[in-house]
Design a protein around this ligand. Structure first.
Ligand SMILES: [Zn+2]
Length: 295
C-alpha cells in the first residue's frame, strides 16, 4: 500500500456481534483517523478458523455501516498467510515443546522465559510451537493517550508464540505484520492490549521496520466492574439506537458531547464529534465503569 501520513485501523474478531465496548474501540480509532484527515481500515481477525462464527463478519460490517462508519477497505487475516510466513522466516525463532501446563507451572501468568531456548529441546515426538527470541529486553514508548509506558519484556510478555504447534499463526505475529504491511501509522485500541503492543513492537523491531504510534483508550467496565466482552455476554449494539449509543461512546471517551445531541441524527453527531475531537480529553486510565444502560 502507498505510504500516507495517517492510516488507522479497527480489527474486530468475527466471533460474535459488536457490543458497546467494541463501539468505543471503533469510535476511538475512527475519530482519531478522521480528525487527522487519515484513512481508516477494517481488518478482520479471522486467523483461527475454529473461533470464527459463520456470518459474524457480515453482521459486523453491516452494524458498522448502520452506525455511519466509512472505511477505505477491508483486509482478512485468513488471506495473508504468505506475508506471515515471509516474516516468520526473517525472525529469530526457536522451537518449544512445552505443554501449556508446563508453561503455567513455571509462571502462573503464562509468560515464557526461554526454557526450550536454554535447555536444548528434548526432541519429543510432536510438532513444536515456535517462539520469538526477544530482540531486546527493556522497552518504552510514548502512548498517545496513556503517556510513557515501560516494560521489562523478558518478564512480560516474555517469549511468546509466533506459530502454534497446530500451524496457526500467533496473534502478535499476524497483528504486527499487518500493521507494517498495511502501512498503519496509528494504532488506537483498548488498554487491555497494552502488553500486546509491547509484544508486537518486538516483532516489528525483529523485522527491522519502524513501529506505528500506539494509543490505548480506557476499557468499559459494567456496574460489577467486569469488562464488556462477548464472553461476558455484553449486549450487542443496535443501529436502530445508533445516536444514543454513539453519544455514550463519545462520553466514555471524554469528548463531552452536548446532551441535546443524544437524539440528533447520527450524521449530525458524527459531524460534531469529528469537528470537536480532542485526543487529550480521553481519560488516561486503563478502565472506566460506565452504566450506559440507564444513562
Ligand atoms: Zn518450551
Amino acid at each position: 500500500m502507498q505510504p500516507v501520513t495517517y492510516r488507522g485501523r479497527f480489527a474486530p474478531s468475527p466471533n460474535g456481534p459488536l457490543h458497546f465496548g467494541s463501539l468505543v474501540a471503533a469510535t476511538a480509532s475512527y475519530l482519531d483517523a478522521r480528525a487527522h484527515q487519515g484513512e481508516w481500515w477494517i481488518r478482520i481477525d479471522d486467523i483461527d478458523p475454529p473461533r470464527v462464527v459463520p456470518g459474524a463478519t457480515d453482521a459486523i460490517l453491516r452494524t458498522l455501516e448502520g452506525f455511519g462508519f466509512q472505511w477505505h477497505g477491508v483486509v482478512f487475516q485468513s488471506q495473508r498467510h504468505a506475508l506471515y510466513q515471509a516474516a516468520f522466516e526473517q525472525l529469530d525463532v526457536y522451537p518449544c515443546y512445552c505443554s501449556r501446563r508446563e508453561v503455567f507451572t513455571r509462571d502462573p501468568s503464562g509468560s515464557y522465559h526461554g526454557f526450550c531456548r536454554m535447555h536444548s529441546p528434548l526432541r519429543r515426538h510432536k510438532p513444536p510451537a515456535w517462539r520469538l527470541r526477544l530482540p531486546y529486553a527493556a522497552d518504552q514508548f510514548h502512548d498517545l493517550i496513556q503517556g510513557l509506558q515501560q516494560c521489562n519484556c523478558h518478564h512480560a510478555p516474555g517469549e511468546f508464540v509466533l506459530k502454534r504447534a497446530d500451524g496457526v499463526w500467533g496473534y502478535h505475529l499476524a497483528c504486527a505484520v499487518d500493521e507494517i504491511e498495511m502501512g498503519i501509522t496509528h494504532v488506537i485500541r483498548g488498554a487491555d492490549l497494552l502488553y500486546a503492543s509491547f509484544a508486537q513492537r518486538q516483532v516489528i523491531h525483529g523485522l527491522k521496520r519502524p513501529p506505528p504510534a500506539y494509543g490505548h483508550h480506557p476499557l468499559v467496565l459494567n456496574r460489577e466492574g467486569i469488562k464488556l466482552s462477548k464472553r461476558a455476554r455484553a449486549q450487542p449494539i443496535d443501529p436502530k439506537q445508533a445516536s444514543r449509543q454513539l453519544w455514550h461512546a463519545l462520553d466514555v471517551l471524554g469528548q463531552q458531547p452536548p446532551a441535546e445531541l443524544k437524539s440528533a441524527p447520527m450524521q449530525t453527531l458524527w459531524q460534531w464529534a469529528i469537528q470537536h475531537y480532542h485526543r487529550a480529553a480521553i481519560p488516561p486510565v486503563q478502565a472506566r465503569t460506565y452504566d450506559f444502560g440507564t444513562a
